[in-house]
Design a protein around this ligand. Structure first.
Ligand code: CP
Length: 358
């Protein structure tokens, strides 16, 4: 791939607002190449060997954190994990000081999750390397939306005119915002649905359909993206009880059967089973693509790390896959040489031992 072929030339990935359809398509094409790598018996390439990535997580995470770490390791980068609960943040160290210390240790990339919207943008002023937003407050979660779009493309082939209804706590959801920007850019029709207090006032400017009745949203949609009620971000009572929320907005088999549609169910996780989504529906492969989303997360994050590391274009091979294959061949040759070296040492040791006892 020549540098001129590269559509995505950004240094950071802070959000999907303003990212073009060509850029999104390009990222998802790279992700598809990495998905092939992940199916190999040895799902690892040396593409980011020598690069150091710090995963800076100030908020809890299961999927995003493991997925980034796995993506980094699959690309042979050195992955360092930071958790605010076991770091000097506990002793009062600021984000700026943490960033400056990380910078002093010469890292190439920082993946950050933070409770404050804008924290990844802030970090770009203190870090010379690339910054990837792994979720900032109620603002954006761009890699989640990219993996969601990859999952949808695998099912529907095209996002144009696809109807996606995002149901739940839109007010506090960075996943909703990134998906609204990304899906609209890719030509999908997006609707949001939830109790009025959980629909933000700025939604009027998002060019999305707004439903307050979940049966109407299901009747309209090809896909329902279900969101968790983010109690940890709520400073007020937005609805009487979780039971009441489930009764009015929970996605249930009965509701889908009433609509008579085989729609796809997505969820970024973590799921609160029996609240926003009926438990057995989350596990039903006829409807649920939730674990496919998780699988695609690793490939999408590999693509982002690879593109931001600026490795593309530095080698004039014919395409990402060829680049990966060259790396894999190099890895294989090294592995074979190491194996021969180790064997020759153990054979020599065996021969020496035999000589001594004879
Ligand atoms: N989807 C998502 O961000 O999940 P985690 O909070 O577990 O990372």
């Amino acid at each position: 791939m020549k540098i001129n072929d590269v559509v995505f030339k950004r240094k950071h990935l802070l959000g999907l607002k303003g990212v073009s359809a060509e850029e999104i398509k390009f990222i998802l094409e790279q992700a598809e190449s990495f998905k092939e790598v992940l199916k190999r018996p040895i799902p690892k390439v040396p593409t980011l060997r020598g690069k150091t990535v710090v995963n800076l997580f100030y908020e809890a995470s299961t999927r995003t954190r493991i997925s980034f770490e796995l993506a980094e390791k699959r690309l042979s980068a050195d992955a360092i994990n930071f958790s605010s609960s076991t770091s000097s943040t506990k002793k009062g160290e600021s984000l700026r000081d943490t960033a400056q210390n990380i910078e002093a240790m010469k890292v190439d990339m920082v993946v950050i999750r933070h409770g404050a919207a804008g924290a990844p943008h802030f970090l770009t002023h203190w870090i010379k390397g690339s910054v990837i937003n792994a979720g900032d407050g109620c603002h954006e979660h761009p890699t989640q939306a990219l993996l969601d779009m990859k999952t949808l493309l695998e099912i529907f082939n095209d996002l144009k005119s696809l109807r996606v209804a995002i149901v739940g706590d839109i007010l506090h959801s960075r996943v909703a915002r990134s998906n609204i920007y990304g899906l609209a850019t890719m030509g999908a029709e997006v609707a949001i649905c939830g109790p009025s207090p959980l629909i933000p006032p700025e939604a009027e400017n998002w060019k999305v359909k707004i439903f307050h009745n979940v049966d109407q949203a299901i009747a309209w949609a090809d896909v329902v993206m279900v969101l968790r009620i983010q109690l940890e971000r709520q400073s007020a009572n937005y609805f009487p009880t979780l039971r009441e929320y489930h009764n009015y907005f929970g996605i249930t088999r009965e509701r889908l059967e009433k609509a008579g549609k085989k729609i796809k169910i997505m969820h970024p996780g973590p799921i609160n089973r029996g609240v926003e989504l009926e438990s057995d529906l989350a596990d039903d492969p006829e409807f649920s693509v939730i674990l496919d989303q998780v699988t695609n997360g690793v490939a999408v994050r590999m693509a982002i790390l690879y593109l931001l590391a600026g490795e593309v274009g530095s080698q004039s091979t014919g395409g990402t896959l060829k680049l990966i294959c060259c790396g894999a061949l190099r890895e294989w040759i090294w592995g074979t040489l190491e194996f021969i070296w180790e064997r020759s040492i153990s054979i020599s040791a065996f021969q020496l031992h035999q000589t001594l006892i004879e």
